[in-house]
Write a protein that binds this ligand. Structure first.
Ligand code: TRP
Length: 333
């Protein structure tokens, strides 16, 4: 709790590009949660070092993510928004938590296995330790709720186990975080393979719409979207995943419900659905793209905002870390 408000914490790795799917699913949720809770959001730039990054691109991308989050409506005056690497308490708490985590616990994580298979030439210790760093992120802020996708549930489970383990060995120190599963926020699928989630790291550029794509790119991607061989618009996730995905997107960006959209497209073909959907997305993203264009040029503002976010985060994080250092018996400095 901060004051009388519960704490929400989440983070995103600055890899790939922020997609329309992230915006409709996760980011919209972050903005809503910021109204009700004390919200702390991080760019998890240490996590993404577990796979090789090109330094100059990586720096640029992390800053771009930061600006895009603000452009989307994460207000740095309402939420604490910062870079993980600016708050050294994350790595400090990770070390302590490492000493309470069994190798079996991290080596059996699905993501560790997947990433080890994908990067067989670079199965580094960081990859194994990834979920412990994530636990440190969450536990440092005495987090009550963590909005995450289903793919991160296992990691969150480990954070809970570590919090409970530490609390039982010493005295209550960490709030045990709960996953925050949102009721709304539609799931958006790839435009090229509508049975797969729209992923920010998809290598097929036509599969995803980035928040900062140009209107021309967006229109082209929707025109090429995979549909099916029927010639009528209806919502049927199983048999017509491509068309259903377009309807979901159109519904999310216009606020109209799916039924009324299906009626609107009665007797019309896929070409029309694609172009209406593309145009609606262009309009929805226009203000974000314009605001992003302004922010990314304003380095001074971004630097100041990141500094202020990190200072606020450090203030909270250090309180938890000092407690932990004391409890495990380190000499006070
Ligand atoms: N591992 C998360 C992901 O890939 C990102 C992340 C890092 C995170 N630290 C976190 C999410 C803390 C929630 C809370 O999506």
């Amino acid at each position: 709790m901060i004051g009388d408000k519960k704490i929400v914490y989440s983070a995103v790795q600055p890899t790939g590009c922020i997609t329309l799917g992230n915006y409709i699913g996760a980011i919209g949720n972050w903005i809503k949660l910021a109204e009700e809770y004390e919200s702390i959001y991080a760019i998890a730039d240490l996590h993404a070092l577990t796979v090789r990054q090109v330094p100059s691109e990586y720096r640029q991308r992390a800053l771009s993510f930061f600006a895009q989050y603000i452009a989307c409506g994460i207000d740095p005056k309402k939420s604490i928004l910062y870079f993980q690497s600016h708050v050294p308490q994350h790595t400090e708490l990770t070390w302590i938590l490492n000493c309470f985590t069994y190798i079996g616990e991290t080596s059996r994580m699905t993501q560790f296995k997947d990433k080890s298979a994908k990067h067989a030439d670079n199965i580094n210790v960081g990859l194994l330790d990834y979920p412990v760093l994530m636990a440190a992120d969450i536990l440092l802020y005495q987090t009550d709720y963590v909005p995450v996708g289903i793919d991160q549930k296992q990691h969150l489970e480990l954070s809970r186990d570590l919090a409970i383990r530490f609390n039982n060995l010493y005295t209550p120190t960490f709030t045990v975080p709960e996953p925050y599963i949102s009721k709304q926020g539609a799931k958006i699928y790839s435009l090229q393979d509508p049975t797969k989630k729209m992923s920010k790291s998809d290598s097929d550029v036509n599969a995803t719409v980035s928040l900062i794509d140009t209107p021309e790119d967006i229109m082209r991607k929707f025109k090429r979207a995979v549909t099916d061989c029927d010639a009528y618009v209806s919502y049927d996730e199983k048999n017509k995943p491509g068309v259903s995905n377009l309807l979901t997107i159109l519904s999310a960006v216009t606020g109209k419900n799916i039924e009324s959209l299906v009626k609107e497209f009665e007797g019309k073909g896929y070409a029309e659905l694609k172009s209406v959907c593309g145009e609606a997305v262009v309009e929805k993203l226009r203000p974000i793209r314009e605001e992003y264009g302004r922010l990314i040029k304003d380095k001074a503002y971004l630097t100041e905002t990141a500094k202020a976010g990190a200072a606020a985060a450090r203030g909270i994080a250090q309180k938890t870390l000092s407690k932990v250092y004391r409890k495990v018996g380190l000499v006070e400095g």
